[in-house]
Every structure is written in C-alpha cells, then in structure tokens.
Design a protein around this ligand. Structure first.
Ligand code: NAG
Ligand code: NAG
Ligand code: NAG
Ligand code: NAG
Ligand code: NAG
Ligand code: NAG
Ligand code: ZN
Length: 371
C-alpha cells in the first residue's frame, strides 16, 4: 500500500512507532516500514570506527523480522552483519552496503515536500533501508525463497574498507552482488580508480633581496605542477578521462623569504589502471628538477560493472566504493537512492520517492540476477 505523503506526515508520530512494530513480511504499510527503518538508521550516529550502536540496531531489526543474523567481528567493538532467511547461509545473490558514515553527525529531519535530511540519509543508509525492504517484499510475494538472497552490511567503507575486506573471510561466494551507494537511481556502468600523489620541493631560505643566495622551493613546485597540467593522462571509452586535482598546495615562509620548502597533494581519478598512470607520472617527474614524488597508500584500480539490465538509466560514477575489496568472480551491480553530489556535505539528503523507487530497483536487480 502506498500512502500519500500528506497522510504519512499527519500520522508520523503514531505511524513511525506503529511501523517499527510492524512486520514487513506483510506488504501493507511498506512506505512506513521503509521510512521508519531509515529513520532508525539515520538517527544513530555511526562515524567510521564507532559503528556499534547502529550495528546493534540493524541486527536486532533484522532478527526481529525473522532473518538469521550473524555478526562478524572486524575489530574490537566493530562488526559486520550477515543476514539470510532460514538456515541458508549460502545464497545466490547478495545485497550489500555500508553502515558507517563520514562526520560530522547531522540529525534526521523530514520536510513536507518529502526531503529527508541527515548524515547518512543517502550515503548509505538510504541504500540499506531500501535493500532490506526490497528483500522483505520479494519474500512476502514468494518471488524468492531461502537460499536465494542474503544481505551484508559492513563497517569501515568510508576509510579503508576494513569491513568488506574482512567479509572475504566469511568463506562464502555469490553469483551476483548488488552494492548500494548513491547513484541517483542509475545503474552504474563502472567507477574510476584513485591514486594519491605527494610532491615535495626542498629549497634554501634566503633574503628576498638576494635570491641568488637561496633555492626557491615554491618555484620548483609551481613549475612542476604547471608542466603536469600539460601531461595527457590516458582515458577509456567507458570511464572517460583520467583527471587530476591539485587539492593541497603549501609552501614558503614569508613574502620576503626565498621559500625553503613546499609540498602538494594531488588526487588522480583513474580511467585506466593505476600502474599505467604511475608509469606515466614517474616518467614526467623523473624529468623535472628539484621535486620528489611519492604515492600514498590510498589507491585502487577502476572498476567495470555489470549493467546488462533493462529499465535503468546508466551512468559512470567518479567515486570509490567497497566493490574492489570483495574478492570473487560474482557479477557486480552498483545502484542506490540519493546523489553523491550531496553525500558527505552539510546538506546531505534523499527524497522519500527515491527510497521507494530504490526498493523497486533492488527488486528488479535481484530478480535479474536470479533468472
Ligand atoms: C498499517 O496497516 C494496518 C494493517 O496491517 C492498518 O490497520 C493501519 O491503518 C495501517 N496504518 C496506516 C498509517 O495506514
Ligand atoms: C559513538 O556512537 C554513539 C552512538 O551512535 C554516540 O552516542 C557516541 O557519541 C559516539 N562516540 C564518539 C566518540 O563519537
Ligand atoms: C516469524 O516467523 C514466525 C514463525 O514462522 C511467524 O509466526 C512470525 O509471524 C514471523 N514474523 C515475521 C516478522 O515475519
Ligand atoms: C523541500 O523543502 C525544503 C525546506 O522545507 C527546501 O529547502 C527544499 O529545497 C525543498 N525541496 C524540493 C525538492 O522542493
Ligand atoms: C576529455 O578530455 C578531452 C581533451 O582534454 C576533452 O576535450 C574532453 O571534453 C574531456 N571529456 C570529458 C568527458 O570531460
Ligand atoms: C606540507 O607542508 C606543510 C607546511 O610546511 C606541512 O604542515 C604539511 O604537513 C605538509 N604536508 C605533507 C603531506 O607533508
Ligand atoms: Zn558510501
């Protein structure tokens, strides 16, 4: 049953409490069930590293709705949730997303036009709520059965993927995995990889009236960056151009001092593999004087996704996900409500209608994967 938003909001206080107690194996009040689960998730802060309260909430929600719930310890006080029906730990398809969020915490809010605000409202608690309700509906109408679909909700996606990396130790594999992240309800065809580069220039301080007595680190760095801007990085037909962002540039001591030191941190979004781009950057920096370069721990290759499903708009995503961390030759789908353009921002939001549509989208993807 779909409720009008006006009806929903006029009964919010009662409805939310009622929906919390309501079993969603029953197909009535699905919007209420969806919104109340989503509200419950968003209302609990779950900054990466501090996910235990939201994990407890979601695990108890799932077990009280008759899912079998396993907690997998990732670190002290940090657990992934693996949930399925009956005793069928093995499943053909997996719905997965992440429970942690970036900071700062922003409380849950809902406005009369159906805008839900709050940290994690789209990234990625909107995906979690829609995935749970999608599976409940598929079970309720008999489209899927024990052993068809399981769910995995992980910690640590926003920092180092610790939760998804640990999931490799579950000893399980699936034919298809549907990853929930904000894609504006588009089915992602792939996402770019990432590489972080640090540049440093060491000079020698001197009075600016006598620059010949010093070595200007700022000039060396700026010259290197200027040249770098002319380097054509390879792109791909699927993912478009590889791009560079000169995110941090620091240097110098004062206007009237020849700069003794400067550095820059650069993020590269990769349309081709990291080794290729590294080789190209090594070639460029190797020919530039006065600057040293290093690659930071954070990098991953681009990901090509499965998108062979009718009825979805397709798009390339330019952000990273947990997808590369889960080993196996499963099909990979990436889809979810909300936009990455407001995720991580102080105005993160998701629309009620997007959550509802995401439930339909996840159902369609699961059924496609199973058929
Ligand atoms: C929710 O569904 C129940 C029946 O399961 C119904 O009695 C109740 O009125 C519904 N609540 C709302 C707010 O529509
Ligand atoms: C950890 O999360 C809990 C529950 O969400 C919250 O109350 C607490 O303030 C958080 N602690 C830190 C250090 O952020
Ligand atoms: C859980 O399963 C029991 C036993 O099969 C059933 O009576 C109950 O209605 C189910 N509850 C939900 C929330 O589906
Ligand atoms: C919904 O309302 C809020 C304020 O109540 C406003 O900021 C926002 O722009 C509106 N969104 C839409 C899609 O109308
Ligand atoms: C990719 O780079 C080329 C050359 O710089 C430019 O013409 C093109 O617009 C870029 N494509 C996109 C999608 O930004
Ligand atoms: C860059 O230089 C600034 C100023 O000297 C320093 O505070 C900062 O730690 C340096 N950053 C890196 C990544 O080394
Ligand atoms: Zn996310």
């Amino acid at each position: 049953m779909k409720l009008s938003l006006a009806a929903l909001l006029s009964t919010t206080a009662i409805a939310t409490a009622a929906a919390r107690a309501h079993v969603s194996r029953c197909t009535q009040n699905d919007t209420l069930g969806l919104l109340s689960l989503h509200e419950g998730l968003v209302s609990i802060p779950s900054l990466t590293g501090n996910e235990s309260a939201v994990t407890t909430y979601l695990a108890s929600y799932l077990s009280s709705h008759n899912f079998t719930v396993e907690l997998q310890q990732v670190a002290d006080g940090r657990n992934n949730i693996y949930a399925y029906t009956g005793s069928s730990r093995d499943a053909r398809a997996l719905l997965t997303s992440h429970m942690d969020t970036v900071g700062p915490y922003i409380p849950y809010g809902i406005t009369a036009n159906g805008t839900i605000t709050g940290r994690g409202s789209n990234d990625a608690k909107g995906s979690i709520a829609a995935q749970v309700v999608a599976l409940q509906q598929l079970l309720a109408d008999g489209s899927v059965d024990d052993g068809d679909v399981a769910m995995l909700f992980v910690v640590g996606e926003e920092v180092d993927g610790a939760g998804m990396k640990a999931a490799n130790d579950l000893g399980l594999s699936w034919e298809a995995v549907v990853f929930g992240e904000p894609t504006e309800l588009k089915l992602a065809v792939g996402h770019k990889g990432a590489l972080a580069v640090k540049l440093e220039a060491f000079g020698k301080a001197a009075h600016s009236g006598y620059p010949q007595l010093g070595v200007d680190a700022n000039k060396a760095l700026v010259t290197a960056l200027y040249g770098l801007d002319g380097v054509e990085l390879p792109g791909s037909a699927l993912l478009g151009n590889s791009t560079l962002n000169y995110g941090l540039v620091r240097g110098g001591a004062a206007a009237n001092v020849v700069s003794p030191y400067a550095n820059a941190s650069i993020a590269v979004r990769l349309a081709v593999d990291a080794e290729t781009i590294k080789g190209q950057l090594d070639g460029y920096f190797g020919g530039v004087s006065g600057v040293s370069w290093s690659y930071l721990g954070f990098f991953y290759d681009p990901v090509v996704l499965d998108s062979d499903v009718e009825g979805f708009e397709k798009a390339v995503m330019s952000y990273g996900t947990d997808i590369p961390h889960l080993k196996g030759d499963h099909k990979k789908y990436l889809y979810g409500p909300g936009s990455i353009t407001t995720a991580h921002s102080d105005h993160e939001f998701v629309m009620v209608s997007d959550l509802e549509e995401a439930v339909e989208g996840y159902k369609k993807l699961v059924l496609h994967a199973l058929n």
